[in-house]
Design a protein around this ligand. Structure first.
Ligand code: GTQ
Length: 348
């Protein structure tokens, strides 16, 4: 609303009018327009950082209080400090830390929410997706696309801890949640481990592979070993001023994002490198896989080291300073913005 002078009588008449029409579930646009149609994104989410060293112990404590079987998924949800109670790390994304202790399984289920895992600790746990198991190593990026059956297990001797990333708030917003539990806790393998990576993840596709409709990636794992090799291999060149050496994970059959609602990225920042100020409309969750540094988000500095997790909400100004050679994994809702023609970035 433009600022006009309003006589007290007029103001009173308006308030009475608003109250009266409110009974008919009506409200005057001119009182809210400025908050609805903002000149630039005004996310209610705020930047935040979780230090792994500080959240690991509470997660292990959950391991002593509840079994994976009882919890179905033993996860501590990372809630945006400004969105408490909504299980949301940004307006569209969910993130949590999942613990599976040696010998435990998390039973098979499926849901319309798309999910990713980023393994932080342990080296023997697996995720099975539609009958194919993948053993997860640190830094591995694993998918469980919408409506695929998935279960987890840890046949090793050490606790397994990974970051879960899902589009829970987005699917909730769209009222599109469906889920079901499988009649079996652990899926019987129908293909050998590594099968999908061999078929789809070697710059080749089965000769008759067809892409139909909204296709999630046919590979379920992007091993960190490979990602790391790529990041090191390209780091001889000139880094992008705003992004350093940044790659996006792709669906090898389409070139699109691994899942329709979630994009994922890996980035190397050489020691001493400082990115220039950058904004984009997608809100992102970052995980430090190697190295350390500081993320300056809308003017506030957050220092990070291995396994620390931080969020950069939509249109927040980001500058990252790498103290040592640093590798960051991140995921965001960028594919949704792009599909809807809403994605923008700004580079200073
Ligand atoms: O592992 O399937 O953090 O269904 C939230 C919902 C993990 C999972 C979460 C899930 C899962």
């Amino acid at each position: 609303m433009q600022s006009h002078t309003v006589e007290p009588e007029q103001a009173q008449a308006r308030r009475e009018y608003y109250d009266r029409i409110s009974q008919q579930n009506l409200t005057p646009l001119w009182e809210v327009l400025g908050r609805l149609v903002t000149p630039t994104p005004a996310s209610p989410a705020v930047a935040a950082l979780w230090r792994y060293a500080e959240i690991r112990e509470p997660l292990m404590e959950a391991g002593r209080l509840i079994t994976a079987a009882e919890a179905e998924r033993r996860v501590l949800v990372l809630e945006n400090p400004a969105l408490r109670g909504r299980s949301a790390i940004t307006q569209t994304l969910y993130a949590g830390l999942q613990l599976v202790l040696p010998g435990e399984v998390a039973a098979a289920h499926r849901h319309t929410q798309s999910a990713l895992r980023l393994l932080l600790e342990g080296d023997a746990a697996y995720t099975a997706v539609d009958g194919e198991r993948t053993t997860m190593r640190r830094g591995d990026f694993i998918l469980t696309p919408s409506w695929t059956w998935h279960d987890h297990g840890n046949p090793g001797t050490q606790p397994a801890i990974w970051l879960d990333g899902l589009d829970v708030p987005l699917v909730q917003f769209l009222d599109a949640s469906f889920s079901e539990r499988s009649s079996v806790a652990t899926q019987l393998p129908v293909r050998p481990e590594g099968d999908s990576l061999k078929r789809y993840g070697a710059n080749m596709l089965p000769v008759d592979h067809k892409v139909t409709g909204v296709s999630p990636s046919p590979v379920f794992v992007y091993p960190y070993e490979r990602t790391r090799e790529s990041l090191l291999g390209i780091a001889q060149g000139e880094p992008d001023k705003h992004l350093g050496f940044k790659l996006r994970y792709v669906n090898p059959a389409t070139g699109g994002s691994p899942m329709p609602t979630i994009g994922a990225y890996a980035q190397r920042l050489p020691r001493g490198f400082e990115t220039r100020a950058y904004r984009c409309t997608d809100g992102a969750v970052y995980v430090c896989l190697e190295g350390s540094g500081h993320a300056e988000i809308n003017g506030t500095t957050h220092s990070f080291g291995p396994n620390d997790i931080f969020i950069v909400p939509s249109w927040n100004e980001l500058r990252i300073h790498a103290t040592t050679d640093t590798h960051l994994f991140s995921f965001s809702d960028r594919p949704v913005h792009q599909a809807l023609g809403l994605w923008r970035e700004s580079r200073e």
